[in-house]
Design a protein around this ligand. Structure first.
Ligand SMILES: O=C(O)CCC(=O)C(=O)O
Length: 270
């Protein structure tokens, strides 16, 4: 049993839960080597699969992983199923957490947070950034390096998943829409220190953040967003969500084929 009843209750209460040592060394080495290889072959791969650190966008001589802020669309690669597909620790734990056995890997990304110039991820709720309304979506974020206060560990606002969607704003120099930092009550912020192989699971509505990395240690993590196939809804199913997207002038929804292009991560889809 990889999750206790207490951990499941904690996920429901706080919006996140840490599971220590869920991924073994073989798994971690495989994923780190895969990401390193992708970064080295960046020039031959589609541009939209990489978000670069600002320090490197101007053509300064950073190479490989040190240039990358974020890897996107990793679920298009066959490795997605090897590392996060049916029977993997991430899929099995998510099935237990949300009580569903029909998961798809909706997104798979990695955040490299390079030593010295890894940029901050401002406070946000994932659901506010996604074009679709995904009530059961759960992220499984796996540490590939030690995550500390110094290198920008993840931080969460306990219980914020119960409070609806907050107003997100876009400001100069930030990577995406976000919640102003002074809206996060410091008494409810939890910094999650992690060792390689630890995982944190969090829902799409919990507020989270990570600081810039001014330290000499890289902070690499990979995150799969799983959701139950039968619980996927078009954005139009949630009027409040649609209103927020319209107010912020953000894209809304897509049809069922968008979900169906996402790989299965449960036995049901094998
Ligand atoms: O890895 C990070 O620092 C940010 C992760 C994040 O925002 C996410 O997975 O939604």
């Amino acid at each position: 049993m990889m999750l206790s009843a207490e951990q499941i209750a904690q996920y429901e209460r706080d919006g996140f839960v840490v599971v220590r040592a869920l991924f073994d060394e073989l798994w971690r080495t495989g994923v780190s080597d895969w990401l390193t290889d992708l970064a080295q072959r960046r020039e031959q791969l589609p541009k939209e699969q990489f978000v670069l650190e600002a320090a490197t966008r101007d053509g300064s001589p950073h190479s490989s992983l040190t240039a990358v802020r974020k890897f996107e669309s990793l679920n298009k690669h066959p490795e997605a199923l090897r590392y996060f597909g049916a029977g993997s620790p991430g899929a099995l734990a998510t099935e237990k957490l949300i009580g569903r056995d029909d998961l798809r890997i909706i997104y798979l990304s990695a955040f490299a947070k390079p030593a010295g110039h890894g940029s901050k991820t401002p406070w946000h709720q994932d659901q506010a950034l996604w074009p679709n309304w995904m009530p059961t979506a759960t992220s499984c974020w796996v540490a590939l390096d030690p995550c500390t206060h110094e290198n920008g560990c993840l931080q969460f606002l306990r219980g914020s998943h119960r409070e609806g969607l907050a107003e997100h704003v876009m400001t100069e120099g930030t990577p995406h829409q976000h919640i102003p930092a002074d809206h996060a009550d410091p008494d409810r912020i939890v910094s999650v220190l992690m060792q390689p192989g630890d995982a944190i699971f969090f829902g799409g509505r919990v507020w989270h953040f990570s600081e810039a990395n001014g330290s000499p240690q890289r902070r690499l993590g990979i995150v799969a967003v799983y959701a139950s196939n039968r619980e996927l809804h078009d954005a139009a199913d949630n009027a409040a969500f649609v209103r927020q997207k319209q107010r912020l002038n953000r894209p809304i929804g897509s049809d069922r084929s968008w979900y169906e292009s996402r790989p299965w991560a449960s036995e049901i889809g094998r």
